[in-house]
Design a binder for this molecule. Structure first.
Ligand SMILES: Nc1ncnc2c1ncn2[C@@H]1O[C@H](COP(=O)(O)OP(=O)(O)OP(=O)(O)O)[C@@H](O)[C@H]1O
Ligand SMILES: [Mg+2]
Length: 230
C-alpha cells in the first residue's frame, strides 16, 4: 500500500526504506530529533524529500502535493495540530467525513460519534471554532477525530498521545483497536513513544539519527528498546 524507498532529507533522513501493507498497524518510534515527524511530513507532502521514492497505491506520489495525496486516501494527524480559524468543529468534521461512505449513510450521527470516540461531548464542541480558544489536548483530540472521520486508506498519527491526559489513554488505545476492527483493509501508522501503543502494533520501526536502526514485532523490539527511549 505504501512503499518508502531510499528517502533522504537535508541530512535529517538518510535513505529511509520501509513498507506498510493493507490491514497493518505500524508504529514508528525513536529518540527526540531522530526524524520521525520529518518523515511524516514528507509522506504527507508538506515537506519535499531530496531523494527517494514514495509509492502509494502503486503510484509514485513524490510529485503530488498534499491535497492530491489526501484525495488519494492519505490522512494525517500532526504532532502540532493545525488550527482552522473561522471553521467550527462541526464543519471540520463534516469536511473530513464528506468522502467517507459512513457519512453518506449516517451524516450527523457519525460526526457526533467521532467526537465521542475521542472523549469529547458533541453538544459542547460542535459549534466551537477550531481556534486558539481550544486547549492543546482538545485540539489534538479534534484533529484525531477528523482523521477518524476521513476513514482513509492510510492514516498516520504523529504522537497522538501528546497532550492527552493519562486518564484518557486507555480510550486512545481502544480507539486504535476499534479503528482496525472496523476497517481491516485500511492501514495505520502511529509515531509514538508509548509502550502501550507499541504493544498493539504488528511491526515497530526504530528510527535513530535519521536511519532505521531496527524493525520487528513488538516482542522483538520491546526486548531491544525496553523503556529507554523517552
Ligand atoms: N526544515 C528543517 N530544517 C532544518 N532542520 C529541521 C527541519 N525540520 C526538522 N529539523 C530538525 O531535524 C531533526 C528531526 O526533527 P523531527 O521533528 O523529525 O524529530 P522527531 O523524531 O519527530 O522528534 P520528537 O520525538 O521530538 O517529535 C531535529 O533536529 C529538527 O530540529
Ligand atoms: Mg516528532
Amino acid at each position: 500500500m505504501l512503499q518508502v524507498k531510499g528517502v533522504s532529507f537535508k541530512g535529517i533522513l538518510k535513505g529511509i526504506s520501509f513498507d506498510v501493507r493493507p490491514g497493518e498497524l505500524v508504529v514508528i518510534t525513536g529518540p527526540n530529533g531522530s526524524g520521525k515527524s520529518t518523515l511524516a511530513k514528507i509522506i504527507a507532502g508538506v515537506e519535499k524529500s531530496d531523494a527517494g521514492e514514495i509509492i502509494f497505491k502503486d503510484e509514485d506520489i513524490v510529485k503530488k502535493d498534499c491535497t492530491e495525496r489526501a484525495r488519494m486516501g492519505l490522512a494525517f494527524s500532526f504532532q502540532q495540530p493545525v488550527r482552522f480559524k473561522g471553521l467550527t468543529v462541526r464543519d471540520l468534521l463534516k469536511i473530513a467525513a464528506s468522502g467517507s461512505e459512513a457519512f453518506l449513510d449516517n451524516e450527523m450521527k457519525e460526526v457526533d460519534g467521532y467526537l465521542k470516540k475521542v472523549g469529547l461531548e458533541p453538544a459542547l464542541y460542535l459549534d466551537r471554532e477550531v481556534n486558539a480558544s481550544l486547549s492543546g489536548g482538545e485540539l489534538k483530540r479534534i484533529e484525531i477525530a477528523s482523521v477518524l472521520a476521513r476513514d482513509a486508506v492510510l492514516s498516520i498519527f504523529d504522537e497522538p498521545e501528546a497532550g492527552i491526559d493519562i486518564w484518557s489513554f486507555d480510550n486512545l488505545v481502544k480507539m486504535f483497536k476499534d479503528m482496525r476492527k472496523k476497517n481491516p483493509k485500511r492501514a495505520i501508522v502511529i509515531i509514538s513513544h508509548q509502550e502501550r501503543i507499541m504493544k498493539i502494533a504488528d511491526r515497530i520501526i526504530l528510527l535513530e539519527n535519521g536511519e532505521i536502526s531496527a524493525h520487528g514485532t513488538p516482542e522483538q523490539m520491546m526486548a531491544r528498546i525496553g523503556g529507554g527511549l523517552k
